[in-house]
Design a protein around this ligand. Sequence first.
Ligand code: AVJ
Ligand code: FE
Length: 461
Amino acid sequence: QPERSGTSLGERVAAELERTRRRSALLTDAVDDADLVRQHSPLMSPLVWDLAHIGNQEELWLVRDVGGREPVRQDIDHLYDAFKHARRDRPQLPLLGPAEARAYVATVRDKVLDVLDRLPADAALPDAPPDALPHTLPHEVPDAGRRLVRDGFAFGMIVQHEQQHDETMLATHQLRSGPPVLSAGPPPAAKVTVGGEVLVPAGAFDMGTSTEAWALDNERPAHRVDVAAYWIDAAPVTNAQYAAFIDDGGYDDPRWWTTEGWRHRTEASLVAPLHWTRDGGGWYATTFGRTAPVVPDAPVVHVCFHEAKAYATWAGRRLPTEAEWEKAARHDPATGRSRRYPWGDNDPTDRHANLGQRHLTPAPVGAYPDGASPLGVHQLIGDVWEWVDSGFLPYPGFSAFPYREYSEVFFGGDYRMLRGGSFGTDRAACRGTFRNWDHPVRRQIFSGFRTARDASPAELA
Ligand code: AVJ
Ligand code: FE
């Protein structure tokens, strides 16, 4: 993990870009060329599209915008504009082939490293001093110091963008058929017993951030949010808990489902999480080409929002709101401050959370005691993205940066938020404030959930 202070902006960014490209290479070199150009699911792009799209975004922002250089391949911009062509239509486009795509991303990267080399030697990405980083990150800034902050953000944004597409490519791998091509060590075993629920007392907390250097526009600015007392699960809902819902006929009882959820459950014939099959008495899951019994005490993964909500209703509970999730993840009751992560302000390490594709599955509940919050809520970061019962809305004072299409065009749509990151999320693209979103029917992503309930006056007396 690179040192933050004392390292030049150029060195830190180059190390993160390099680390990230190794992951993209691993995901795209694991399969042959035919597999790279194939569409494994209409929900996903061919892997070769993601690869060239990563390079094209890097060209747009770092070569052309920050670097002020001539375009490398302006002619292909439209092919890799995610708004011009739906995922299902991308295989029909005249895309760069595997060799061309690899050469393109390498050329772009060479130019980016050259842009970085020419940054002033003393340029340092500030450790987010509150006054140096306006939450709006204005695009046009006269003063050179601000310009560096902005450029630092642009590099961070591109690192995160590549990591986000790496997670998307990992989800594509999960959908491909054939013998396994990815492997990783098993996640750590449970070290402590975790279960039940935790009371989060009533009170305001600071949601979002104005100081996190690489936070994206939708995480900004920090603002006070008042939250009534609530109980939240100490851990994500496990496979065993979810299987109890199935065994109790949960998928056949409209009482547990919203009208919209029941319609979807019926039309899509949902009977269990994606990739689950029943064999004899037990449930099996196919994970990156390997089929094995589901691990009872590991968080359930590959459920859609409607399934999460139906489970919560069946359990006599509800999903947390986005504010409740973030308060559980960041609020320090001793100081009243919001932390960067449940465990404090330090970047995640292997001890804290299951992130970064180090393992190819969620870890069992209790595997990361060092990552717990002060109130004892575990595994908020890593393992599975957690559905929360909130739509995608801007925070008060939101300002789109650097482009409206990252967040703003999605506000108010048919989306539900997901928080905390999965085993496939890199630490550069994950923090207590990070906001992810998807359609409520999607479950090819690494999505799970935990439940919550209101605290009753009697419980607070
Ligand atoms: C924030 C994960 C919903 O993958 O659609 C990638 C991230 N934005 N390229 C997505 C993103 C542009 C985005 N999510
Ligand atoms: Fe993208």
